[in-house]
Design a protein around this ligand. Sequence first.
Ligand SMILES: [Cu+2]
Length: 474
Amino acid sequence: MRRAHFLQASAGAMAVAALPQLGTRALASDTIDYTLTAGPVAFSPVSGIDFAGVGFNGAIPGPVLRARFGQRVRVAFHNRSKIATTVHWHGMIIPNDMDGVAGITQPAVPPGGDFLYEFAPNPPGTRWYHDHAGQMGSVLGMFGMFIVEDPHDEPADAEFALVFHDVPDMRSVMAALHGTSDAPMVDPMGSPEMMGMRMGDKMGDEAAYIAHCVNGASYPSTKKLAVKVGDRVRLRILNANPSQTRYIRLAGHRLRVTHSDGNPLAQPLEIDALRIGVAERYDAWFEVTKPGAWLLQGLSSDPLVFEQAVVVHTPGMENAPPLGSAQSLEGVDYFTYEKAGGIGTAVDTSGVNLRKELHLGGGAYGSSRWTINGAAWPHTAKILVHRGDRVLVHFTNKTDMDHPMHLHGHTFRVVEINGKPLARPLAKDVSLVPANGGTLTWIFDATSPAGRWLLHCHNEIHMMDGMMTEVDYV
Ligand SMILES: [Cu+2]
């Protein structure tokens, strides 16, 4: 029990420090106890920005939770915020009544209420947790990373958990919910978002953000990452922004991506920059080959995003001017599903016995409807599955925005994008369905615990405006 208490007490500090491995002393039969208390947070990531947020344990983001694969966790959740809320364990395949979706898997926990979550985190990898009660909790700051250590992973000399998140302009979020946002486009030059813009398009980004952060601070206040020459460093990166894709680059280094949404890639991919959609996670490694100081930063055409950076430095270089990157994607080799999966010849549909066509639509200017097959939640058609079904879901995106589509309680394989089969399908729990007529295909096996599992766009605006259905075991 002493170790469990230590973990609980130090979880907040671990969010911005190198993460020690739990080590082999942790027995598979251990149960780790955590406490998450939701409450108001006066959030000020940089002087001049004061945001009335809601977070876990007094901070945004919440503590990094950590367990070794095979251990159980017990999370005592106390809601001391003013909104009814829940905790969803994103990317986990656990009993349905632990999935934390208000109104679907449990009643929302009212202000002053409590709930005990207990489960064995599965599968291993970089997961996360966030509010799932439709009351803007995730927009206001209720999220954090959850690392399930995989004993099969290669060892790292240093490991850092990095939550990229932002301070929302709540006026623009409310306007976005009504389809009337005038937030500027902030994607970097050369990005598919920028290049996909057409005359008459709504100016892409819907919600605006007034500060950009990594682990609760904006540059230069972000906590520096200390590394040594010769280190092989593992970064676990989460995009917790509720509506925007991020591009992330470490100056002077290539990144070797090994995991997508916590799941191992069939073969690692080396790139200059990550492209990371809402709710996605990537594990990216680099090797320190010489002394120096470099910026790991978000790329954007929004001048504010220069604040979304952390310094990586070797001993004695903490105050050296760090090397940065241009805020553009032009000429930059960035991560795509096509590069990670490789283009194959045909989708392997062996065993598929259920096919679903999902047309993503809506989002007209002045409309508060985002749709699946023309309907908005709760009127969307549910996907009914039997245990053992192999399900193929083919998305067509009629809108002018990418949609980060997420399935609860399952890991699916991305097998096709824009008509191109992937030679090495990507195991994921959220994937960006490309805009302007783009297509993407998942295959998943209905082998999870029985229940109601949501399938929705992880863009908070689109989810609240109806782009949601569910996969139900019958
Ligand atoms: Cu969407």
